[in-house]
Design a binder for this molecule. Structure first.
Ligand code: NAP
Length: 336
């Protein structure tokens, strides 16, 4: 049995991880930690775990952690995460980091977009950016997994087949997304206060969103050359799930049959990328580790639509998928 610790156990991605671990046949949550003022029985924080999970959330003690766990899900915000990860690695644990701290290889780009100094560039070099459907061969045997962001997973899975085959102009891609509010985490904020978000819908971070360089990094790796993306996120008043609508210019004429065949060839063997053959929606992927993708053409453009649950394939589900890979388990274990 793989013993799993969660740091930042009072957050949304932590609760989603616990939900998955409860049905995982070969992994179990053994140690949950948070800041001292947030500690207590997990059922007090997340009542859904009553009679299912008898664990306390405790302040982190490194010695206890290395006794009780084989792997840590680090569910902290960026900046906080890189303060903890070096200690976890030094304690001999495998780490799956949910934050952005180990995602961007270029430190200058990280510091520009996140407006903080990177304090753990040593481990940044060894971190593996783990989006299994695109970079699976790099993941096995790693001890520091950088779990991709939700928007980058959603958009890159949609775009990768076209980018890899050079079928779209790599310098002119527009990614429009809409996300539910859980994407912003559990900490309350005025913009997500009920009277402000109910019946509302807005764009944010125009031209500056932190996931833009992450999407570009993924797609540039897939293409083997630089890719330029304009990424525009929106938020809408529902809880979970996101939809990306992507526009690109084809480098040659593409028929629907050709697009369908390309996506079927790319994702046929993939358990977690589904091809519905029509525009995907958020509700059918909610609570699942699936990403639903469809590509078509309109008005001389390629239009790609991609949907996933930000808390599952966009975070906790993908983390458990990565955990399964690094421990040599069946990749979909606990996730279907
Ligand atoms: N939400 C999503 O859809 C999503 C998707 C992909 C990736 N992610 C990433 O996953 C990570 C967790 O996201 P989340 O949505 O679960 O966030 P969240 O609900 O806000 O939870 C964050 C957790 O970290 C703790 N924390 C915050 N600052 C800390 C510090 N300085 N030291 C120790 N603990 C601290 C919080 O404790 P308190 O309760 O005391 O604040 C809480 O337990 C973030 O890096 C986020 O960007 C989130």
């Amino acid at each position: 049995m793989i013993r799993v610790a969660i740091i930042g156990a009072t957050g949304y991605t932590a609760s989603e991880s616990l939900r998955i671990l409860l049905r995982h046949p070969q992994a179990q949550a053994t140690y949950l930690t948070a800041l001292p003022e947030e500690c207590g029985p997990i059922v007090k924080i997340f009542p859904e775990f009553r009679d299912r999970l008898d664990l306390e959330v405790e302040p982190l003690e490194l010695a206890k952690l290395s006794d009780l766990a084989d792997v840590v899900l680090c569910c902290l915000p960026h900046k906080a995460s890189m303060g903890f990860v070096p200690k976890l690695l030094d304690a001999g644990l495998k780490v799956i980091d949910f934050s952005a701290d180990y995602r961007l290889r270029d430190v200058a780009v990280y510091e520009q977009y996140y407006q903080v100094k990177h304090t753990d560039t040593k481990n940044l070099q060894r971190a593996v950016f783990a989006l299994p459907e695109l970079f699976r061969e790099k993941i096995a045997g790693t001890d520091l997994i950088s779990n991709p962001g939700c928007y980058p997973t959603c958009s890159s899975l949609g775009l990768a087949p076209l980018v890899r085959e050079g079928l779209i102009d790599l310098q002119d891609i527009v990614v429009n997304t809409v996300s539910g509010i859980s994407g912003a985490g559990r900490k309350p904020g005025q913009a997500f206060h009920f009277p402000e978000i109910n019946e509302n819908y807005f764009a944010y971070a125009v031209g500056t969103h932190r996931h833009m360089p992450e999407i570009e990094q993924i797609l540039s790796d897939v293409a083997g050359k630089p890719v330029n993306v304009l990424f525009q996120p929106h938020v809408a008043p529902y809880t979970r799930g996101m939809l990306a609508t992507i526009y690109a210019n084809p480098t040659r004429s593409l028929s629907q049959a050709e697009l369908d065949e390309l996506y079927a060839e790319t994702y046929g063997p993939e358990v977690f990328v589904r091809l519905p053959g029509c525009p995907p929606q958020v509700l059918p992927v909610a609570g699942t580790n699936f990403c639903d993708v469809w590509a078509t053409t309109a008005k001389g453009k390629v239009v790609v639509l991609s949907a996933l649950d930000n808390l599952v394939k966009g975070a906790a589900g993908q983390a458990i998928q990565n955990m399964n890979i690094i421990f040599g388990l069946e990749e979909a274990m606990g996730l279907l």
